[in-house]
Each structure stands twice: as structure tokens, then as C-alpha cells.
Design a binder for this molecule. Sequence first.
Ligand SMILES: Cc1cc2nc3c(=O)[nH]c(=O)nc-3n(C[C@H](O)[C@H](O)[C@H](O)COP(=O)(O)OP(=O)(O)OC[C@H]3O[C@@H](n4cnc5c(N)ncnc54)[C@H](O)[C@@H]3O)c2cc1C
Length: 106
Amino acid sequence: MAFQIAEHLALGHASRLLAYEVLARADAGRPHTAEAAMAKWLGPKHAAEAIHTCMLLHGWSGYGDDQPYAQRMLDVMGLEIGDGTPEIMKAIIAREAFGREYTAYK
Ligand SMILES: Cc1cc2nc3c(=O)[nH]c(=O)nc-3n(C[C@H](O)[C@H](O)[C@H](O)COP(=O)(O)OP(=O)(O)OC[C@H]3O[C@@H](n4cnc5c(N)ncnc54)[C@H](O)[C@@H]3O)c2cc1C
């Protein structure tokens, strides 16, 4: 259990640092389109995985109403979908990496 929690702490920390980098770039007037799409994709994805782990670690009580994880999962999936789904974020990242002329979506 401790190792699973340690992994999520590390990945959550990485997601948070990426979000801070996006904000710092925006504040400095530097390009941040790809980084913002990375943060929008990675943060909710990792959060959903962490909640999934929490549910499994708690067994039945994590699945049922005893714990708030089912609602947390819905909440974070709302963040995954709203303001651009994972596929749209990845399309933006690929567009920024390869150039508009090499991507399906301009
Ligand atoms: C909690 C929540 C709050 C919201 N709040 C607001 C709000 O305040 N204001 C507002 O205007 N909207 C809001 N929305 C709507 C949200 O922005 C849209 O649901 C979201 O942009 C996805 O659009 P869609 O539902 O039409 O799905 P679709 O665009 O139909 O997507 C369905 C699936 O197809 C995939 N897909 C779509 N296009 C492509 C593509 N080109 N390439 C690859 N895959 C693709 C998507 O990734 C997804 O998996 C909210 C949604 C949620 C869940």
C-alpha cells in the first residue's frame, strides 16, 4: 500500500510542477500552448488513477458510499471532459510538436 501511495505522491507532484510551469510561462508571456495541453491531460488522468487506487485499497468501503471516492471519480472525469477531452489535448500537443501542416487538425 505504501509503495502505491508513494507512486501517486510522486506523479501528483510532477503534475503539479507541470501546472506551475505553465502558469510561470503564461505570466512571463512565453509560449505555453503545448505545456497547458499536457497539464490539462496529465493532471486529471493521474488524479483518476490515484482515486482508482484509493477505491481498491479501501475494498468495499471504497466502492460504496462510506468513502467519497465514487463522487471524486465523477468530479475528476468532469475535469477530463470539460474544456477539452484527452484526445483534443493530445491533438494540440501533437500539433505543437510536429507543426500544423503535419497534423489532421489545424
Ligand atoms: C463537468 C462538465 C462541465 C462542463 N461545463 C461546460 C461549460 O461550462 N460550458 C460549456 O460550454 N461546456 C461545458 N461542458 C461540455 C464540454 O466542454 C464538452 O462535453 C467537451 O468539450 C466534449 O464535447 P462533447 O461532449 O461534444 O464530446 P465530443 O466532442 O462528441 O467527444 C466525444 C468523444 O470523441 C472524442 N473526439 C471528439 N473529437 C475528436 C477528434 N477530433 N479527434 C479524436 N477524438 C475526438 C472525444 O475525445 C470524446 O472521447 C462541460 C462538460 C462536463 C463533463
